[in-house]
Every structure is written in C-alpha cells, then in structure tokens.
Design a protein around this ligand. Structure first.
Ligand SMILES: [Fe+2]
Length: 288
C-alpha cells in the first residue's frame, strides 16, 4: 500500500512536517508538526500547525497518530496543541529513548523530581520494530539512535520518514554532538536503513537547500547509498565518525535548542503558568 504523503516546509527552521494518509480509508498520521516560536519576542503562533489542520480538513482525513521522530532541538513541537485543539483521539508517540533524553535534560534544566522521566508526557512510546496501522497501511518503527537517543524512523507502507538520521544526499547526515548523541551509533543506524530496498521512498525531516538549490524532501534509499555526501557505499564507520565529529566541532548550537528541548520533552506542552498566569522558559547559563 502506497500512502499519500503531503510535505509542509517550515522555512524558519528548515523542517519538513508531513501528513501521511491511507488514500482508501482516509486515515492519517501527522509527523513532526512545528509550533512557531519567535525567540526575540518570546511569542508563539500556530500558523504552521494550522496549515496541517487545514489540509486534513480539506481532504476529510481522520488523524490517528501524532508522531515525533525525536525530541527536536531546532523547533518546538505543535503536537500538544494539535491534540488539544483538533485531534483529541490521536496519541502523541515518540521512541522509548525519550526517557534517556528526559533524564539528561531534566538535569540540564534542573526540572526537579516532579518532572517525570518515564515518558509519561507522551501517549505512546515506541519500541524498535513495533508496528502500527494507519488505516489499512502498516507502519513499522525503526529505532535510529545517534543524532539523539530517542530517534525513530517510520516505515509507512514503503515510505520511510528518516527524522534526522539522514538528510537529502547533498545534505548528508545530522550532527551527533548533542547530549546523548554518538556518531558511531548513527552510522550503525543508517546501515539499518540502507538494508531497505533501493526503491524505498525516503522523506527527510530537514532540508537546508545546500548550494542554493530549491528545498527538497524526497529521495530514495538507492540514491542515498550512491550519493550521500557523508555516508554512502564504501564509507566505513571510522571514516564517517571522523568526518562527523570534525564537522560537529565547527557547528554552533541551534538557535532554539534551549527553548525547544524543554517543550519537546513535554510532548510539546508549554511549562505550566506561574502565579501571574504567564508561562516561562528556562535558559541554563554556561551549560551547553
Ligand atoms: Fe533533530
């Protein structure tokens, strides 16, 4: 079964969100929805998430899942808002490795013992290899740790959503220097994806349009194995780790990592309001 895949590009962060639908039953999943956040003013908006809702409504889709490929460091997730305002029956799901991410970042943000690190902010935690249905289409979870310890890819009826394990072939791979990241682990995760058939459609979570080309989101496993600038046929683990770690050492932290992760480890829920009714984000000084 071939799902309909509608990509939505978030220009501010280079993120691709997807509405993935079974064309027969009209059941659907939303993957990696973005909540707009302006760090300069501290303002949020739902304009980007509303585009996903509009698409779902126009096509008469029934959203069954709100899927995160991982706790993102570059954008805040709109999953909580989508569930609360539009899709109350759709569970928010992420990889079981979120517990490790929550443990690390509870300490970084000093969230205290009231902040659960058992993943219970999410409705469902996926194990590697777990399967679930989107209408009549079977989806399979492939754990791809390395960029983060909770990273999942979702293979939905022959369409693979890689999260940040792989970018487009000319973009390579995602950094592995966040807390919990590891380049050798990512290499092994990518090899699992490369064991899929060459014709597998691949949809990436980010594209930064290298070289000034138009933004793009779809490629294939065959194209990645042939052309990926970081990890392709013939590149061994040691070579990848060396390249990845050398490059990571030059990268600044993402602009939104500190606001984003504290929201995303709560499944996209903002921190509770304080006694004046305002919500606040925390910025640890000299920690990252
Ligand atoms: Fe990421």
């Amino acid at each position: 079964m071939r799902p309909d895949v509608a990509p939505f590009h978030h220009a501010d962060t280079g993120t691709w969100s997807y509405v993935v639908a079974d064309p027969v039953t009209l059941r659907a999943a939303i993957i990696d929805p973005v909540l707009d956040f302006d760090a300069k003013s501290g303002r949020i908006s739902m304009d980007s998430a509303q585009r996903l809702v509009d698409d779902v409504r126009q096509r008469g889709l029934d959203v069954q899942w709100l899927l995160e490929t991982h706790a993102h460091a570059d954008h805040l997730s709109a999953a909580h808002w989508l569930q609360e305002q539009h899709f109350p029956d759709a569970p928010i799901a992420i990889g079981i490795g979120i517990r490790e991410v929550q443990t690390t970042f509870r300490s970084i943000y000093n969230l205290g013992n009231d902040f659960p690190i058992d993943g219970s902010q999410f409705d469902h935690l996926f194990d590697d290899g777990e399967t679930f249905l989107i209408g009549g289409i079977t989806a399979r979870v492939i754990a791809v740790p390395g960029h983060t310890s909770d990273s999942n890819a979702y293979l939905i009826g022959g369409a693979l959503f890689t999260g940040d394990s792989l970018f487009m072939p000319d973009g390579g791979s995602a950094r592995c220097d966040f807390p919990g990241g590891d380049a050798a682990t990512l290499y092994r995760s990518i090899q699992r994806l490369y064991a899929l058939p060459d014709a597998t459609r691949v949809f990436v979570c980010h594209d930064y349009a290298p070289g000034g080309r138009a933004v793009d989101c779809e490629t294939t496993i065959g194209a990645q194995k042939r052309d990926n600038i970081h990890v392709r046929d013939g590149v061994d683990q040691a070579a990848f780790v060396s390249l990845r770690e050398t490059r990571d050492a030059t990268l600044p932290m993402p602009a939104l990592i500190l606001p984003a992760v504290q929201v995303n480890i709560r499944a996209g829920a903002l921190p509770e309001p304080e006694d004046n009714g305002m919500r606040y984000l925390k910025l640890p000084i000299d920690r990252l």
